[in-house]
Structure formats: structure tokens, C-alpha cells
Design a binder for this molecule. Structure first.
Ligand SMILES: Cc1ncc(COP(=O)(O)O)c(C=O)c1O
Length: 300
């Protein structure tokens, strides 16, 4: 990826800032220039990751168009990249965009399930009959990675989208809320849109899930009924964050807190032979300002 004779720059796009943090670390290690395109709203609400990106020496390009979130950052980064593609490599931190970016991202994140399937077999001696794998879904990379090695097994997949604030019509849940197929960022997918096909607004407490589209991979899993998709509201995610932080000695970020919210809803209805595994795919530190503002204190 980094060896092309003319490559001296990497450009990337995070929502919550994790992909930017990792990309800036890679750029630092290999002595490459790095620009991170991030929505101005996300720069404000994900301050700890923004500081880490800057510490690694990368330049943050604030995107002030549209909703100033991930969707606008992806558009801006793509625009910039097509004008400079001889000397730069664009790195997309989710399974979105044109086909090759989805493949690169899904292959990389599949490492999660390569390790998980070994751990499950070691723990249970086999893949348990009623195994449920729950993951939050924004663009869909961590869910794709979490499920990949279980694709040909009987494990059930549950994807949890961002339902947005309880009393708002806005959300970031195209699969759960009946959105139609449209084109976004070079791929056909279910996407939040108006009657004319213009991309619609979204809202979520979680920067990483605040995206109007969804990977075509997940559209396929929904259409073939291989996975089930649902959503959790901002309030449910916050409540789940609070409970999990208190009881489990981990502190999930607001993205996986959506997945925990579904596990909390589902668990009381299951028998003791049914196993749930939730991917706690991010740490809450990046969300400490939001959590403090909403809950009055921050537990890590
Ligand atoms: C911790 C965390 N989880 C989940 C996501 C959502 O992305 P994806 O749906 O691609 O896994 C993000 C995106 O920034 C994230 O930071």
C-alpha cells in the first residue's frame, strides 16, 4: 500500500476519528504526509481522537459543507483524491465507497472474526447452536469483520443502526427505516434520501454511526435475510453505556453501546443455552465530553 514510487501522501476519512488516528500512526511510521478529512461537527465532538491525530503529525482538514459529519468528509476527501490520485492513496475507514475500498476494509476487519472463531471453538468446543453475534452498524466495517468467518455457520447476525434521538424524526438507520436504494459515494445501497433522490439528513449521538448510507455488503445480507437489522435510540445507547460500564469493567464507546442496548433488550427473552457475543468495538474515551454532558459524569 505504501510502496508506490510516487506515493508520499495518505488521505483518510474518519467519523469518530479512530480510522484517522490509526492512519496517522501508519503515516508517521512510514514517513508519509497524512491529511485527515473530518466533518467540523465531528472534530468538536470527538476531541480526544482529534488531538491524537494531530500529535501523530497529520493535518486535519475540517469539512464545513452539509451536515459537517462523516458523509460530507467522505465526499470532500473523494473530490480531493480524484484530483491528486497520482501521488496519494485514499484510505476509507469503513466498508463504503467504490468496490475496492470495501474489499480492502472488509478483509482487514475480518481479523476480528478470524480470532473470535478460534476463541469460540476453544470456549464451547464447537460453534454453539444458538449463537448470536451483535454489532453496531454505521458504514458496516466492524460488523462485516465480526461476522465474516461465521458466514457459513448457523450463527445469527444482528446489526444495530443508530435510531437517533427518541423524539426526533432524524436517525441514521437506512436498513431499519425502509430507505430505498440509491447511489452514494460510488456504490448502490439503501440510503436515506428524499423523493428526488437527494441524500437526507441524519442525526445520532454517535459520530461513527451518523451516516445516511450503508455498505452494499449489508444490503445484501439484509436482502438475503442472512442478517437481521434493528436500531437503538441515543437514549438507549447512553443507558447501555452506563450499565455496561458499571457491571462489566469495560467502557464501550457510543457506537458499540447501540449493540449493547440490543443485547440488553434481547437477553431476558432468551433461554440460558443461547449465547450472545457483542463486539465492543471502541472505547468511550473519545466520547467523554458527550457522556459528561448527557449523564453528568464519565466512567471509564
Ligand atoms: C468505535 C466505532 N465503532 C463503530 C463505528 C462504525 O463504523 P462501522 O459501521 O464501519 O463499523 C465507528 C466509526 O467511526 C467507530 O469509531
Amino acid at each position: 500500500m505504501l510502496e508506490g514510487p510516487d506515493f508520499d501522501r495518505l488521505w483518510g476519512i474518519p467519523g469518530a476519528g479512530y480510522a484517522g488516528k490509526m492512519l496517522s500512526m501508519a503515516a508517521k511510521k512510514f514517513g508519509l504526509k497524512c491529511k485527515i478529512f473530518m466533518g467540523a461537527k465531528d472534530i468538536k465532538r470527538q476531541r480526544p481522537n482529534v488531538e491524537a491525530i494531530r500529535k501523530n503529525g497529520a493535518e486535519i482538514v475540517p469539512v464545513t459543507t452539509g451536515s459537517q459529519t462523516l458523509v460530507d468528509a467522505v465526499s470532500e476527501c473523494m473530490r480531493y483524491w480524484v484530483s491528486n490520485c497520482d501521488t496519494t492513496h485514499m484510505c476509507v475507514g469503513s466498508t463504503v465507497g467504490p468496490n475496492i475500498f470495501i474489499k480492502i476494509c472488509a478483509w482487514s476487519t475480518a481479523q476480528i472474526s478470524r480470532e473470535l472463531i478460534l476463541q469460540v471453538k476453544e470456549e464451547f468446543g464447537k460453534i454453539p447452536n444458538k449463537l448470536k453475534l451483535i454489532n453496531c452498524v454505521g458504514g458496516g466495517s466492524s460488523a462485516a469483520g465480526f461476522w465474516n468467518e461465521f458466514m457459513d455457520t448457523h450463527a445469527q447476525f444482528i446489526g444495530v443502526e443508530a435510531g437517533g434521538p427518541r423524539n426526533s424524526k432524524l436517525h441514521a438507520a437506512p436498513l431499519t427505516n425502509g430507505s430505498k436504494i440509491g447511489i452514494l459515494h460510488g456504490a448502490a445501497q439503501y440510503v436515506i434520501q428524499d423523493k428526488e433522490g437527494q441524500i437526507g439528513s441524519t442525526e445520532s449521538i454517535s459520530a461513527g454511526l451518523d451516516y445516511p448510507g450503508i455498505s452494499p455488503l449489508h444490503c445484501f445480507l439484509k436482502d438475503t435475510k442472512r442478517a437481521r437489522y434493528t436500531s437503538a435510540s441515543d437514549e438507549e445507547a447512553l443507558k447501555a453505556y452506563k450499565l455496561v460500564s458499571k457491571l462489566e469493567n469495560i467502557s464501550p464507546s457510543l457506537e458499540p453501546s447501540h449493540a449493547f442496548a440490543e443485547a440488553i433488550k434481547l437477553a431476558p427473552r432468551l433461554s440460558s443455552s443461547e449465547i450472545i457475543i457483542v463486539n465492543s468495538c471502541g472505547d468511550s474515551f473519545k466520547d467523554k465530553d458527550i457522556i459528561k454532558q448527557k449523564l453528568g459524569s464519565y466512567i471509564r
